[in-house]
Design a protein around this ligand. Structure first.
Ligand SMILES: Nc1ncnc2c1ncn2[C@@H]1O[C@H](COP(=O)(O)OP(=O)(O)OP(=O)(O)O)[C@@H](O)[C@H]1O
Length: 116
C-alpha cells in the first residue's frame, strides 16, 4: 500500500470535516454535543451509557456530513429547481431528522431517571 497516498486521503477527509464545520447545522450539532457531554460529566453516566452517548454523537456528525455531501452533489447536478433535486435534499435532511429525534429520545431515557 502507498503510505503517502494513504496519508493524503486522510488529509482530504479532514478537509471534508473542516468544510462541514462551516455549515450552520453542523455548528448546531457541535453545540448540542458539547451540552450533552457536559451534562453527562455532571450527571455521572455509567461506562455503557457513555459508549451509547458517544456512538450517537459520532453517528449524528457522520450523518450530517453525508447530508452536506448530498446537498453539494445535488447543487452541482441540478443548479436549477427540479422535483427530484428537492426530493434528494429533503430525503437526506429527513434521515438526519429521524436520527436526531431517536437520539434525543435515547438521551432522555438515559438522563431523566438520573435527574429525578
Ligand atoms: N435544486 C433544487 N431543486 C428543487 N428544490 C430544491 C433545490 N435546492 C434546494 N431545494 C429545496 O428547497 C428547500 C429549501 O432548501 P434550502 O436551499 O434552504 O436548503 P438546502 O439547499 O437544502 O441546504 P443549504 O442551504 O445548506 O445548501 C428544500 O426543500 C430543498 O429541498
Amino acid at each position: 500500500m502507498n503510505v503517502r497516498k494513504y496519508i493524503r486521503s486522510f488529509g482530504y477527509a479532514f478537509e471534508g470535516i473542516v468544510t462541514a464545520c462551516k455549515e450552520q447545522n453542523f455548528k448546531s450539532h457541535l453545540l448540542s454535543a458539547g451540552i450533552v457531554l457536559i451534562a453527562g460529566y455532571f450527571t455521572g453516566l455509567s461506562r455503557v451509557e457513555w459508549y451509547i452517548v458517544l456512538i450517537l454523537i459520532a453517528l449524528m456528525f457522520a450523518l450530517e456530513i453525508v447530508n452536506t455531501a448530498i446537498e453539494r452533489v445535488v447543487d452541482l447536478a441540478s443548479p436549477k429547481m427540479h422535483p427530484l433535486a428537492k426530493q434528494a435534499k429533503d430525503l437526506a435532511a429527513g434521515a438526519v431528522l429521524v436520527f436526531a429525534i431517536f437520539s434525543a429520545i435515547i438521551g432522555l431515557l438515559i438522563f431523566i431517571p438520573k435527574w429525578f
